[in-house]
Design a protein around this ligand. Sequence first.
Ligand SMILES: O=c1ccn([C@@H]2O[C@H](COP(=O)(O)OP(=O)(O)O[C@H]3O[C@H](CO)[C@@H](O)[C@H](O)[C@H]3O)[C@@H](O)[C@H]2O)c(=O)[nH]1
Ligand SMILES: [Mn+2]
Length: 742
Amino acid sequence: MATPSSLPLCERIQRKNTIQRAIDVIILFLLFSLLVYRLHFLNNHGLTWLLAFLCESWFTFTWILVMSNKWNPVEYKTYPDNLLQRVTELPSVDMFVTTADPVLEPPIITINTVLSLLAIDYPPQKLACYVSDDGCSPLTYYSLSEASKFARLWVPFCKKYNIQVRAPFRYFADDSLTFSDSSWEFHQEWKMMKVEYEQLCHKIEDAVQKSMPCDFTGEFAEFLNVDSKNHPAIIKVMCENKEGLADGLPHLVYVSREKQLKHPHHYKAGAMNVLTRVSGLMSNAPYMLNVDCDMFVNNPKVVLHAMSLLLGSKSEKESAYVQFPQMFYNGLKDDPYGNQLVVVFEYMMHGMSGLQGPPYGGTGCFHRRKIIYGLYPDDVESINGKLVENKLLEFGSSKELIKSAAHALEGNTDPPNYLQESIEAAHQVANCGYEHSSGWGTKLGWRYGSTTEDVLTGLTIHKKGWKSIYCTPDPPAFLGCAPSGGPAAMTQQKRWATGLLEILMSKNCPIFATLFEKLQFRQCLAYLWLFSWGIRSVPELCYAALPMYCIITNSSFLPKVDEPVFWILVALYVIYSLYTLFEYLRTGQSIRAWWNNQRMARITTMTAWFFGFLSVVLKLLGISETVFEVTKKDQSSDSTNDNDAGRFTFDESPVFVPGITIFLLHLTALIVSLLKLQPLAHDGHGSGLGEVLCSVWLLLCFWPFLKGLFRKGKHGIPISTICKSAALAIVFLHLCRRTTMG
Ligand SMILES: O=c1ccn([C@@H]2O[C@H](COP(=O)(O)OP(=O)(O)O[C@H]3O[C@H](CO)[C@@H](O)[C@H](O)[C@H]3O)[C@@H](O)[C@H]2O)c(=O)[nH]1
Ligand SMILES: [Mn+2]
């Protein structure tokens, strides 16, 4: 019989992907054939060929990155039940939740996430939950305070009946719940709990309705007249498990860091660093979990899964952090905005798992505190006083923090602390001047300088030689909101493209990390794939311009139907489409979802990513800074029955202009072609079937924009945007005419 110490905690499994590899290679071969063909005839054709060749070279390069990324997929299995037999004492975990704006992120969402964390299946005396509120909102604080009262009922209820989904709004929204085979007692308690939760919701709704949620006395006094952009730090211990009771609740602490107008606050990265320091003073757990305010715990065993990997891997070097996938509960049917990322997570993340590990995704991730504090893999074996002393120089001036950090770096656990005792020191480290001349944001903690601080922070861990692990338990660990409208989806994609490109264009570029540090070569390729999203918009826009340019000027950039290479292109298109379609079907998605994603990939690349690209160019030129725009979260769940839900929505944002321009131009091109208004072709290289097919395909991709031209309200494109796009299209047409005449 296996002894407890020999029971496995986790297992690394190499996925088989022979067929996929074969198709990858075929696609690559076709791409190379196309490039060779282009090169061979470069002299016979004009600029359009050269441009097509350059774009296709870029696509081939991207394909190589994708191939390398997906070549050795790996997945991990975890055995959390063995953990409980093997480990006598589980380590403690600090849990961080960030929220920034009570309007875009309604407090009811945040408190559901907090409640789901408080009710997690893990010894509560080992847990502390810290909520960072960058909105410094009395409403958020009030909601949390009410939620902490409700938690005293909710947490024991969840544990007693082993409830699966511990975010109450999701639990009570589940219609499939039946009481036929449950006890009378459960039924009674369930009813009581539902009433309590409804009361909590009413209180919060009432507070939202009133401009003032409370009368700003007592514990609320500090919120009187606060300005969310300019206020002192507010830190409140809302719930403390002083006796360390195993049937108590985890600690709950509210943190709103100090803000001053002239001080950069570094958005979420800044908030995470404050949480790291405040928690370092209070509970100083060796592990830290962080989630966005909308990402509630959907699998109550999530900490046990993470611990199976953190404690069960061969060495700490193998598991610097454990990342869970981002999945969504409000996913619209067939993913109309292409932002549920199922396929990306399934194939790209498992692919990276076979290399140095998944990037850090900002939410649903367990970190080791000492690695966030800047430790290298080699330091772990030879940790000594000198080394620790050197590291501590970066921590700023708080003596208490330095002491706690020394403990964390040396791997000692702290004697239990009363949280309230650290409140003064906590205020000190939450001040905006605290990081001045320290290493926070540059040498330790969450890194500054990118609107995707998560990926940057993960990269700095990988480049030290650490590896990370991707964990996909069933049921999914966390679920959150995907943006459910065109503008929100575009804002998010733009921010991602911006942040990722910012990293590529900085000293943190992964190429340097491979040359001079310990980032593995193929991990570097995987990061390059991610970081070049913004750049990809340029060749895609050029490639999208080619068919219409060719039709309008009666020139060509594609081979003619009677040339054999034409079939290379057809084969490429067909094989690639079937290949991607198969990926969607294999992850349980519909053909419609596949098409929506194909379409949205083109729309997002040419609009949101292009704007991301532009904002990085502006930053590099020193003209403007990049900003973190928070995405709007809404609670509406599966809107499968809502006809409106999948309909594209628009706003005045300039991000829609390139999309509409492309649409208008292709429409014009097709009309020109239909009415045979093209000029005479030079030397017999006029446009042909290939160009027309491309144009038709792009029109189909941008179909939502056609509908938007005729709709009103949020489903319609604002007149001003249409005018701007039309003006741009006219300028383009004019330029086309000049080139033909010239
Ligand atoms: O000044 C700020 C801005 C944002 N946030 C928080 O950051 C989180 C993420 O913001 P969100 O608008 O939801 O962005 P998403 O694009 O949905 O987030 C993804 O992308 C971000 C940037 O890469 C990561 O930080 C996130 O963890 C990841 O889920 C939210 O909890 C916000 O409250 C702050 O705390 N302070
Ligand atoms: Mn989010």
